[in-house]
Design a protein around this ligand. Structure first.
Ligand SMILES: Cc1ncc(COP(=O)(O)O)c(C=O)c1O
Length: 374
């Protein structure tokens, strides 16, 4: 039997309905959406239908959605596309961003932009008050993620959005981990730019979108023909975009109830483990978190070694990086104040839509047995 897949924050399987839509599209809608004959117009219709579905999931207008190749490209487009409107300036980000945000920001720092990296508290949350104090007359962009990929902790995005709007500063939010898992509404969150990643919610990999609020200006970072308002030149990946559209439709359907059920199951998982593993610690905010994510430090054992021993039972991940046999603790957990041993003891268990209570009971048994074997 295959091990239980508990790495849904890394990626999810593709939903069978999404596969059906994509297969049909690959077979039937091969036209180029820029062509003016019927085959082209048909493909264009598929593209625009998907745009409507993405927009509906996040409360945006279809015209505010640009399709990309995924989270990394959406983040680069938002950050570099905003900053390159200016010769120089100040950017505010946080110290727990995904590398696809952190590295474009670092690149801009190398070009002479000033950057403030907001710290986080022990639960991994940035302070909007602190952020407000960092804003200067030169601030051209604020970029703070919605839910953290390692801990699932959710940032106070609407408060940050309110501050950004008061000051007239463009606000980008990497919502790769939250869209499709919890209700996300761009107007309520007051974001100007938001990253959406298809493969985090049962869509295909290599596809995503950037929400760009009406009136927000970006400079192109890629050059070619005029596709996607000139921001993302190249013939559109119609089957994958159709798959993303379907994934959005499926995610939106009953999202609140699914989230609540998953939260109950995740809590059960955590309580069962805690009962049997003394000294185990939950990393991240106890309540302001994604319903599917548990980041746990196991005392006295490295997360990577525990997972290795569990490899026939569970597939999950640690936030630590392994270079030449030595492990570096996760920068996210370090930023939250965890010591090296505690951070290296962390394991991220991320549940999926179809994870059942029976599977979780089995996982608990396997984890406790593996832990006690050290
Ligand atoms: C928070 C966050 N942002 C961005 C990305 C990048 O997405 P992609 O792999 O589609 O480029 C990920 C994926 O792991 C992520 O978790």
């Amino acid at each position: 039997m295959l091990p239980l897949y508990l790495d849904n924050n890394a990626t999810t399987p593709v939903d069978p309905e999404v596969i059906r839509v994509m297969t049909k599209c690959l077979r039937d809608n091969y036209g180029n959406p820029s062509s003016s004959h019927d085959r082209g117009l048909e493909a264009k219709q598929v593209l625009e239908n998907a745009r409507v579905k993405v927009a509906q999931l996040i409360g945006a207008l279809p015209d505010e959605i640009v399709f990309t190749s995924g989270g990394t490209e959406s983040n680069n487009m938002a950050i570099l596309g905003t900053a390159s409107r200016f010769q120089s300036g100040h950017i505010i980000s946080s110290c727990i961003e995904h590398p696809s945000v952190a590295n474009p920001v670092k690149h801009l720092e190398g070009l002479g932009f000033e950057v403030t990296y907001l710290p986080v508290d022990r639960h991994g949350i940035v302070s909007p008050d602190h952020l407000k104090k960092q804003i200067t007359a030169k601030t051209v962009l604020i970029t703070v993620m919605h839910a953290n990929n390692e801990t699932g902790t959710i940032q106070p995005i609407s408060e940050i959005g309110t501050i950004a709007r008061e000051k007239g500063i463009p606000f980008h939010c990497d919502a790769a981990q939250s869209v499709g898992k919890i209700p996300v509404h761009v107007r309520r969150l007051k974001t100007d730019l938001m990253t959406i990643v298809s493969h985090k919610f049962y869509g295909p990999k290599g596809t995503g979108a950037l929400y760009i609020k009406q009136g927000i200006k970006l400079k192109a970072i890629m050059f070619g023909a005029s596709h996607e308002k000139g921001l993302r030149p190249g013939t559109e990946n119609i089957p994958s975009i159709a798959g993303l559209g379907k994934a959005c439709e499926l995610a939106g359907d009953g999202i609140k109830k699914r989230g609540d059920d998953m939260k109950t199951l995740t809590r059960f998982f955590y309580n069962e483990l805690r009962r049997q593993v003394p000294g185990m610690k939950l990393n991240g905010h106890p309540t302001k978190r994604l319903p599917n994510t548990l980041n746990i430090s196991f005392p006295g054992v490295q997360g990577s070694m525990l997972l290795h021993r569990l490899k026939h039972d569970i597939e999950a991940s640690t936030g630590s990086a392994c270079h030449e046999g030595t492990h570096t603790p996760s920068s996210v957990l370090s930023a939250m104040g965890l010591g090296k041993t505690e951070a290296l003891g962390a394991v991220r268990l991320s549940l999926g839509r179809n994870t059942s209570e029976r599977q979780i009971k089995k996982a608990v048994k396997a984890i406790v047995k593996a832990y006690r074997s050290f």
